[in-house]
Design a protein around this ligand. Structure first.
Ligand code: XUL
Ligand code: CO
Length: 437
């Protein structure tokens, strides 16, 4: 097939912050060393197949605006093959090491379950060949358990055992495909695992079913020797009103309660964290301090809109705060930064896909270098250390040692009286962080 991106050079290059070329990186310089690693190894960027190659620009008010040449083949399988070619051309030109897919955007759903599996197998074989030829790797695979009408009431949490069984069979093939392609991770996003009304829902049963489903997935991964990391991606509100995987804290509690702790980490998505009423760095921190930050879906919501707009990140301060969390845990490990982000409906040119990814990559690169320097200079760490210094001596040290009680501390207070007032210096610290970006 001929090129899908004729205006784009073979490779998007780093030209530095003074460049005016919109098809060049200003900050993302893959080979630049930041601390112990080069930028490419820190950021492990990935392109999301569903938005970038299968996104249509459709919204509830209007039809598709993206007319991608690769989605115009005669049959669904021909379209899938054209899309795969376009995807590898795009990822290669952008110079990103990874991609991610849902089973149903790599290969179309067939008339029967067997035909769907066959389509997937055919496309996996083709993807494997292109991976070998280009060196591009799979960051993670996943299954689409939310688009088909059979999943209207959920997949693993569906009240109908028949649908539960269908979902497990589908995921079996998605994990197999991910293993076949050497995927570093496999992601579980609940999709419709939640409910609309308790008038028709047994919440306890549904959560138990979800746990059962995860245990079966763990067993299957062991059975076939899949050594990728299992990740759960929390998200509140959408598509169901009450999602069981609401945020990082909710998912961690679920893993503890159902004996799944050792088998899963989290894939934290910025726009999901903010939909849950948290900042991106909050949910990253909740995951990280529990040793569970496995990967990141790099996007951003619109502060004026209350839904999952999945935009490309453009705020380097937000990215610096995120990168502080990642650097402090020693990196993102087997995970990466997957642009689960889409163009606005009016940005319908193929070239817009490049502008968007370049912008997101530059923004994260700025966040990375800023966070690294903030840590090197110890500005925040030093302040935080001083803020808690009272626990390192005197009564604070005693409290930590476990030797104090309500009674003994009351006696101490009766002697010492009121504590001194100490400012948290929030505005000063905010200005310090922006001065590094
Ligand atoms: C949906 C979402 C998904 C997951 C993978 O909001 O983020 O695309 O990342 O299923
Ligand atoms: Co996501």
């Amino acid at each position: 097939m001929k090129t899908c991106f004729p205006d784009i050079p073979d490779k998007i290059l780093f030209e530095g912050p003074t460049s005016k070329n919109p098809l060049a990186f200003k900050y993302y310089n893959p080979s630049q060393i930041v601390g112990q690693k080069i930028m490419a190894e820190h950021l492990r960027f990935s392109v999301a197949y569903w938005h970038t190659f299968k996104g249509t620009g459709m919204d509830p008010f209007g039809a598709a605006t993206f007319r991608r040449p690769w989605n115009m083949g005669k049959t669904p399988m021909e379209q899938a093959e054209n899309t795969l070619q376009a995807a590898f051309e795009f990822v290669q030109k952008l110079g990103v090491p990874f991609y991610c897919f849902h089973d149903r955007d790599l290969a179309p759903e067939g008339e029967t379950f067997s035909e769907s599996c066959q389509n997937l197998e055919t496309m996996v074989a083709k993807a494997k060949k292109l991976q070998e030829e280009t060196g591009i790797k799979l960051l993670w695979g996943t299954a689409n358990l939310f688009s088909h009408p059979r999943y209207a009431h959920g997949a693993a949490t569906n009240p109908d055992a028949h649908v539960f069984a269908y979902a497990t069979a589908q995921v079996k093939h998605a994990i197999t495909a991910t293993r076949e392609l050497g995927g570093s991770n496999y992601v579980f996003w609940g999709g419709r695992e939640g409910y609309e009304t308790l008038l028709n829902t047994d919440m306890k049963r549904e959560q138990e079913q979800m746990a059962r489903f995860f245990h079966m997935a763990v067993d299957y991964a062991k059975q076939i020797g899949f050594d990728g990391q299992f990740l759960i991606e929390p998200k509140p509100k959408e598509p169901t009103k009450h999602q069981y995987d609401f945020d990082a804290a909710t998912v961690l509690d679920f893993l503890r309660a159902y004996d799944l702790w050792d088998y899963f980490k989290l894939n934290i998505e910025a726009n999901h964290a903010t939909l849950a009423g948290h900042s991106f760095e909050h949910d990253l921190t909740v995951a990280s301090l529990n040793g569970k930050l496995g990967s990141i879906d790099a996007n951003v919501g619109d502060p004026l809109l209350g839904w999952d707009t999945d935009q490309f990140p453009t705020d380097p301060v937000m990215c610096a705060k995120a990168m502080l969390v990642v650097l402090k845990q020693g990196g993102i490990g087997k995970g990466g930064f997957n642009f689960d982000a889409k163009l606005r409906r009016g940005s319908f040119d193929e070239n817009d896909l490049f502008y968007a990814h370049i912008s997101g990559m530059d923004t994260f690169a700025r966040g990375l270098t800023a966070a690294h320097q903030i840590i090197e200079d110890g500005v925040l760490d030093h302040f935080i250390e001083k803020r808690y210094a009272s626990y390192g001596e005197g009564i604070g040290k005693q409290i930590i040692s476990g030797r104090e009680s309500f009674d003994s501390l009351e006696k101490w207070i009766l002697k010492k009286g009121e504590p001194a007032f100490k400012s948290g210096r929030q505005e000063m610290l905010e200005n310090i962080v922006s001065s590094y970006v």
